[in-house]
Design a protein around this ligand. Sequence first.
Ligand code: MN3
Length: 198
Amino acid sequence: MSFELPKLNYAYDALEPTIDAKTMEIHYTKHHQAYVDNLNNAIAGTELEGKSIEEILKTGTDKPAVRNNGGGHYNHSLFWELLTPGGSKEPVGNVKAEIEKIGGFEKFKEDFSNAAKGRFGSGWAWLVKNTDGSLTVTSTPNQDNPLMPVADVQGTPVLGLDVWEHAYYLKYQNRRPDYVAAFFDVINWDKVEEFYNK
Ligand code: MN3
């Protein structure tokens, strides 16, 4: 059973003006598709074939092609689900309570934005659930993520932001801070809560 591009729950233009339709289409049909195809090629005929993506990221990332493309597939699959037209404004439930413990929503926005803006080159900003249920803001380079043993902060990603130029360059060019600020308009906090409670 090979990995496949997951279905999008919205149209390419649904996240305008935060994410423009052309970026969305290329990001999903070209970039994400390439990660899926390259991951399938990398694991074909190996002991990783047939394992879940989470298992692969936890055990198989000593191989660069698996690390890069497995991370790329997992990260983008999560990212698409975390976005929704119009967003849902503020955290809810357990995530809301845990964000209060790390300084509140405004402090979280500042920390997460700094993680996204401060990641040099390509990578991701994350909100990670630790084993004790607490939350930590972090970032990773390239397509690494917090499930991988190589990550500085390990845990379960509940929110992630793609800060590769391919995610924003057509609309924002070099203005990554504007893209990061606009991201908060399209976050699906109900989905963040769902990932937290899994
Ligand atoms: Mn991307």
